[in-house]
Write a new protein. Structure first.
Length: 93
């Protein structure tokens, strides 16, 4: 599943044939979303367990993203990654 198809604020011109096909049942799509959510939560947990003082700003930003996206770790992680791409560290939303 592509992030562009999951999040409205990311422009996407092409379709994802795997998700759009009839071969991908609702059960498969649900499993894919839950798998993505679980993996994102694992990444978030690992980053927040860090103790390096040099990474505190990234952890603080990630905590803010998690707070802004309760129950949606995949959105929080995507938002954090987008913030890291912005040289000013500001949200593009």
């Amino acid at each position: 599943m592509s992030a562009e198809r999951t999040y409205d604020f990311i422009p996407c011109a092409d379709t994802d044939p795997w998700i759009e096909s009839t071969a991908a049942s609702a059960e498969v799509r649900h499993f894919a979303r839950e798998s993505l959510r679980w993996q994102a939560q694992e990444i978030i947990d690992e980053v927040l367990r860090g103790t390096s003082p040099g990474e505190e700003l990234a952890r603080a930003r990630l905590r803010r993203c998690v707070a802004q996206n309760p129950g949606k770790p995949e959105r929080a992680l995507l938002q954090q990654l987008m913030l890291n791409r912005d040289p000013r560290g500001e949200s593009t939303q």
